[in-house]
Write a protein that binds this ligand. Structure first.
Ligand code: NAI
Ligand code: PYR
Length: 310
């Protein structure tokens, strides 16, 4: 069966992240049909009403409805933002059992609809849940994408843009690895217009910037209860890259099969995104320290996987 070709998006989970993503899609005119699904149907229906009331001022026409899993049948992309979120003091990995159970049911319901498109997963712990989506759905790896380190990389580029007074889009730098505490900054290739950043910063300053990136979620959750605008913009960016067949490189969650010397794990790495989902992985040349940190991040994720998949 060939890939569904329209640009219908079904969003599962219309909480803080899901509703912000829907709002970003409408404002940027990324798709022309959006269906909202949530266990709490009253909430998704309310979100649909609210979004529709802004349509007269939207970027371009879009049909927004609430629906059931049957709507996934002809969807190009199913985006999953459903499940539990971190409470203050919790790590992303604390959510694993709860959200794996939720995902078992969600993926089955989506696949039972006859879905033949691309999954984009945001629910945490996102790397484990992207892997679970790939396993539960039976879809090829190209059609299951996690949000990976799209948000962490955006945070990193923003902080470096502040450091150097240039636009974040002119900073070329990646956070890779787990979307979580074991992630790493690839300082060895981070640059502005080809000029390497690392030689101009002390180790102490680099560590300060990295810690700000790594711990941003904890800080935001402590101050306002949840993070959602940043990831919503990141998810909208990935959605646009897929629907517009951009072949752009984005740091998303992709399955490793020998790349970087590891396999059988979803993790945040630069990936070429096109209309069929993931195209190629871009293998960064990591230095020894980065390779060790990346290997540790893989191990953190694999140890968790091992307790759920033999
Ligand atoms: N990947 C990333 O970079 C980020 C991921 N997240 C994650 O996104 C997820 C959602 O976060 P929030 O929107 O803040 O949470 P939320 O609690 O505001 O929303 C979750 C929604 O999921 C729905 N839901 C729960 N079980 C469901 C099921 N079985 N079927 C359908 N809907 C169901 C709930 O009714 C609720 O509307 C969390 O796991 C959070 O950690 C949050 C920020 C960044
Ligand atoms: C909550 C989360 O995963 C983040 O903001 O990075």
């Amino acid at each position: 069966m060939s890939l569904t070709t329209g640009d219908k998006v079904v969003l599962i989970g219309t909480g803080a992240v899901g509703s912000s993503y829907a709002y970003a899609l409408v404002n940027q005119g990324i798709c022309n049909e959006l269906v909202l699904v949530d266990l709490d149907t009253e909430k998704s229906e309310g979100e649909v009403m609210d979004l529709n009331h802004g349509l007269v001022y939207a970027h371009s026409p879009i049909k927004i409805t609430s629906g059931t899993y049957a709507e996934c049948k002809d969807a190009a992309i199913v985006v999953i933002c459903a499940g539990a979120a971190q409470k203050p003091g919790e790590t992303r990995l604390d959510l694993v059992s709860k959200n794996l159970n939720i995902f078992r049911n969600i993926i089955k319901s989506v696949m039972d609809s006859g879905f033949n498109g691309i999954f984009l997963v945001a629910t945490n712990p996102v790397d484990i849940l992207a892997y679970a989506t790939w396993k539960f759905s039976g879809l090829p790896k190209e059609r299951v994408i996690g949000s990976g380190t799209i948000l962490d990389t955006a945070r990193f580029r923003y902080l470096l843009s502040e450091e150097y007074d240039v636009a974040p889009t002119s900073v070329h730098a990646y956070i890779i690895g787990e979307h979580g505490d074991s992630e790493l900054a690839v300082w060895s290739t981070a640059n502005i217009s080809g000029k390497l950043i690392a030689p101009n910063l002390t180790d102490a300053r680099k560590e300060e910037i990295f810690v700000q990136v790594r711990d941003a979620a904890y800080q935001i959750i402590e101050s306002k209860g949840a993070t959602y605008y940043g990831i919503a913009m990141g998810l909208a960016r990935i959605t646009k890259a897929i629907l517009q067949n951009e072949e752009v490189v984005l740091p998303v969650g992709s399955l490793l099969e020998g790349e970087y010397g590891h396999n059988d794990v979803y993790i945040g790495i630069p990936t070429v995104i096109h209309r069929a989902g993931r195209k190629d992985l871009v293998e960064l040349l990591l230095n020894e320290d980065e390779q060790e940190k990346f290997a540790n991040s893989v191990k953190v994720l694999k140890d968790i996987q091992a307790s759920f998949w033999t």
